[in-house]
Write a protein that binds this ligand. Structure first.
Ligand code: PLP
Length: 345
């Protein structure tokens, strides 16, 4: 095992399993730009039904799926509200400005969570020289908040807040599967409160490529058109959809193991005096560790662990991040913990 890297940099590093590859190799395909790929169609129907939405659209990435939602929901010059640590604000290369010509207004959150009661001062009055508040976005689970779950009660309040004001409500649910497994609240019960929901197959679900954007028939019809404009019209994409479909059918419930590995890892590392971990935020598969007190930068800590064949990545300024996924076993996590203890205890 010591020759092999234990890759905790992200849950996107997983490789398709033999069974998943077989499903992909055997997939029935057609030209999806003509709507004729049966595997893509089956994936879209499966995901729409799982989320309780009228339609789902298979797209190449989570970025595209979030950005298609903004494109379909907004007009040039609108304003979109999201939490300041949101993936859509930090890691999508200013796409709201580039693709939709909208302005993002960020609000502060605690572990990624902001509340309806805090929003009124952020909503624009209908005055011609102000932008129109058009969409509010939530991220669940929240990536930069260490995989914390956005509580359903707060989502319900935000949804009611949006409805009252005719603001659209979007969910970046790249890891909604994790939220659903951790809380045992079905995907549908989360999704019903939103006008659009994005989910990723390429994170903890272990598929090589793809996301879906879901919502009403009317919304998905718009997103479908824009997908073509964005360069996301694909042909025999059933090969990819088969991997995603396999993941949805086989890899959701097992995420529980990833959450257990994360809790174990976080608890063990919290015994290292110079590490700070917000154990309450470790609710799913992500662990953020603040290394400020070690006097080392996250990059230096990463380099030390790399020498021991343990790969981790930079979280935020003073933090490194470790993600649990289906290509890392509990034994490997234990091995990684031992290496951390050897170096820092
Ligand atoms: C990974 C991720 C996405 C999608 O990013 P891609 O790079 O397109 O895969 C969107 N939102 C969140 C919260 C994510 O973690």
């Amino acid at each position: 095992m010591s020759q092999q890297f234990i890759d905790l940099r992200s849950d996107t590093v997983t490789k398709p399993s033999k069974a998943m590859r077989e499903a992909m190799a055997n997939a029935e395909v057609g030209d999806d730009v003509f709507g004729e790929d049966p595997t893509v169609n089956m994936l879209q129907e499966t995901v729409a039904s799982l989320l309780g939405k009228e339609k789902a659209l298979f797209v190449p990435s989570g970025c595209m799926s979030n950005q298609l939602a903004l494109k379909a929901h907004t007009e040039m010059g609108d304003e979109v509200i999201m939490e300041q640590d949101a993936h859509m604000f930090n890691y999508e290369t200013a796409a709201p400005a580039v693709m939709s010509a909208v302005q993002v207004k960020t609000v502060p959150g605690i572990r990624g969570v902001f509340r309806a009661d805090d929003l009124p001062p952020h909503i624009r009055p209908a005055i011609y020289y102000m932008p129109r508040t058009r969409v509010i976005c939530v991220e669940n689970t929240h990536n930069r908040a260490g995989g914390a779950v956005f509580p359903l009660e707060e989502i319900k309040k935000l949804s009611a807040f949006c409805k009252e004001r005719e603001i659209l409500f979007h969910l970046d649910g790249a890891r909604l599967w994790n939220a659903s497994v951790a809380t045992e609240i079905p995907m549908k019960e989360w999704a019903q409160h939103f006008d659009s929901v994005s989910v990723c197959f390429s994170k903890g679900l272990g598929a090589p490529v793809g996301s879906a954007i879901c919502g009403t028939k009317e919304f998905v019809t718009k997103a479908h058109k824009w997908r073509k404009v964005f360069g996301g019209g694909m042909r025999q994409s059933g090969i990819l959809a088969a991997g995603a479909l396999y993941a949805v059918q086989h890899n959701i419930a097992r995420m529980k193991e990833d959450h257990e590995k994360a809790k174990f890892f976080a608890k063990e590392l919290s015994s290292i005096k110079e590490f700070d971990i917000d154990l309450e935020s470790v609710q799913t598969n992500i662990v953020l560790v603040d290394v400020l007190k070690t006097g080392k930068t996250p990059q230096e800590v990463i380099a030390l662990l790399n020498k021991q064949n343990v790969l981790i990545s930079v979280g935020t300024f003073t933090k490194f991040r470790a993600l649990m996924h289906l290509d890392v076993s509990m034994d490997q996590v234990k091995y990684a913990v031992d290496k951390f203890k050897q170096i820092f205890q």
